[in-house]
Design a protein around this ligand. Structure first.
Ligand SMILES: NC(=O)c1ccc[n+]([C@@H]2O[C@H](COP(=O)([O-])OP(=O)(O)OC[C@H]3O[C@@H](n4cnc5c(N)ncnc54)[C@H](O)[C@@H]3O)[C@@H](O)[C@H]2O)c1
Ligand SMILES: [Zn+2]
Length: 357
C-alpha cells in the first residue's frame, strides 16, 4: 500500500493506494478513532461487485454497517436524491460522528460528499473510489456537488474527506470505456506537471490496457500525487488549481454541443489536443511534442479529431464561460510536455479555426 498526504492548513488527509484496500478499510477507520456505525453510500452495480468485501472487513473490525443505495447514473447527483438521503440518514440515527463512506465512481463520490458536507452541518467523509477517474481525480481535492437546472456541479462545497482508500483491484471490472475516460485525466496530469510521467505513459499504455496491477498502481499513484500537489498549493481554486482544467474549456463545449453524447473523457481528450494545436499555432508548443501528445491520446483509445458539430453550438458554451469570466475565454495551454500556462489572449480567429477541425 502506497501512501500520499494532502497537506492543507486545516483538514489534511491521507490517500492510500494499492491492492486489497476494501478489506483493510475497517482497520484504517479504527486507527482514525472511528467506532460504531458507518454508512456506505453506493449504487447497485458497485454494491453487487464490492459491497460484501467492504462490509466483511468493516464488520470484522467491529463496525455496524448500513448501506444506502442510489440508482446508477449522473442524474442522481441532484438535490432530490440528497433530500431522500437526509431522510434515510436520520431514520438510521446517523450522528455527527457517523462517517459516510462513498463506494463508487465520481457520481457517488460527489453526491456522498455533498450530503456529508451538509447533513448535520458536516459528518466525516471517506472516499473509496472505484473508477479510474474517481481514483485519480474526483476523490481528491474536496470539491463536492450536485447538478441543478441545466448546469453541472453548480451547487456544492469544498469539503475534504478524512481519508481516501483507493483499491486498484476494483479497476479489473471497469468497462473499457470508463477506463479510457479516466486515462484522459491521467494524461492531463502528466502534461500539466510531469514530463517523466508522460514518458512512462508512452512506454506503458499497453500494459495499462491489459490491466497489469503494477502499472495501474503506478499511474494512479503518480496522477493522485500530481492532483494532491496542485490542491495543496491552491485548495479553493484561486490560481494554480485552474491548470487542472487543461483540455476542459474546449472539452466542455464539445460535451454540451453534442448534448452529452460525446463523453467527458473523450471530449477532454479532443480538448487537450486542440489546446496543444492552439499553442503550436501561437509558436509556443513544439510540433514534435504535439505529435507525441496525439500519439499517447490515440494509444489510450481516445479520439483526437474534432467531431463535426455545429460551430454555433460549440461557441455557445464558451460564450457563456466568457460572460462568467468578464469577457474573455481563458485557456490552459501546454508550453512543453510537463508545463502549461494560462492565457486569455488567444485570438478569436484561431479559436474558430481550431473548432472547425
Ligand atoms: N469532485 C471533483 O473534483 C470531480 C472531478 C472530476 C469529475 N467529477 C464528477 O465525477 C463524475 C463522473 O465520475 P465517473 O467517471 O467515475 O462516473 P460514474 O460514477 O458514473 O461511474 C461510471 C460507471 O462505472 C460504474 N462503476 C463504478 N465502479 C465500477 C467498477 N469498479 N467496476 C465496474 N463498474 C463500475 C458506475 O456504476 C457507472 O456506471 C461526474 O459527475 C463528474 O462531475 C468530479
Ligand atoms: Zn475532467
Amino acid at each position: 500500500m502506497k501512501k500520499l498526504k494532502v497537506r492543507l492548513d486545516t483538514n489534511g488527509y491521507e490517500i492510500h493506494i494499492g491492492s486489497d484496500g476494501l478489506r483493510y478499510t475497517g482497520h484504517q477507520l479504527k486507527e482514525k478513532d472511528f467506532a460504531g456505525k458507518v454508512i456506505i453510500l453506493t449504487n447497485p452495480i458497485v454494491k453487487k461487485l464490492y459491497g460484501n468485501t467492504l462490509k466483511q472487513g468493516l464488520t470484522r473490525d467491529g463496525f455496524e454497517v448500513i448501506f444506502l443505495e442510489v440508482p446508477d447514473g449522473e442524474e442522481q447527483k441532484s438535490l432530490e436524491t440528497a433530500g431522500r438521503l437526509y431522510h434515510e440518514l436520520s431514520s438510521h440515527y446517523a450522528e455527527r460522528t457517523t462517517p459516510i463512506l462513498a463506494l463508487g465512481g465520481g457520481v457517488i463520490g460527489d453526491l456522498a460528499g455533498f450530503v456529508a458536507a451538509t447533513y448535520l452541518r458536516g459528518v466525516p467523509l471517506v472516499q473509496i473510489p472505484t473508477t479510474l477517474l474517481a481514483q485519480v481525480d474526483s476523490s481528491i481535492g474536496g470539491k463536492v456537488a450536485v447538478n441543478h437546472g441545466q448546469l453541472k456541479n453548480n451547487i456544492g462545497a469544498f469539503y475534504q474527506p478524512r481519508l481516501v482508500i483507493t483499491d486498484i483491484d476494483t479497476l479489473k471490472t471497469l468497462p473499457a470505456k470508463e477506463l479510457a475516460n479516466g486515462l484522459t485525466e491521467v494524461i492531463k496530469s502528466a502534461v500539466i506537471r510531469d514530463k517523466g510521467f508522460f514518458a512512462y505513459l508512452e512506454r506503458n499504455l499497453d500494459r495499462v490496457k491489459s490491466l497489469e496491477a503494477k502499472v495501474l498502481e503506478e499511474i494512479v499513484f503518480q496522477s493522485a500525487r500530481i492532483k494532491a500537489e496542485v490542491v495543496e498549493k491552491d485548495e479553493k481554486e484561486l490560481g494554480l488549481r485552474s491548470i487542472l482544467n487543461y483540455g476542459h474549456t474546449i472539452g466542455h463545449a464539445i460535451e454540451s454541443a453534442s448534448d452529452f453524447k460525446i463523453e467527458h473523457g473523450e471530449a477532454v481528450a479532443i480538448g487537450m489536443l486542440a489546446a496543444g494545436r492552439i499553442s503550436s499555432q501561437m509558436g509556443i508548443f513544439d510540433q514534435k511534442e504535439l505529435a507525441r501528445l496525439k500519439c499517447v491520446i490515440e494509444k489510450a483509445g481516445l479520439p483526437t479529431e474534432m467531431p463535426s458539430l455545429k460551430p454555433k453550438r460549440l461557441t455557445q458554451t464558451m460564450e457563456h464561460d466568457k460572460k462568467v469570466l468578464g469577457g474573455k475565454i481563458r485557456f490552459v495551454l501546454p508550453k512543453s510536455i510537463g508545463t502549461v500556462f494560462i492565457t486569455d489572449e488567444v485570438s478569436p480567429t484561431l479559436i474558430e479555426q481550431t473548432l472547425a477541425g
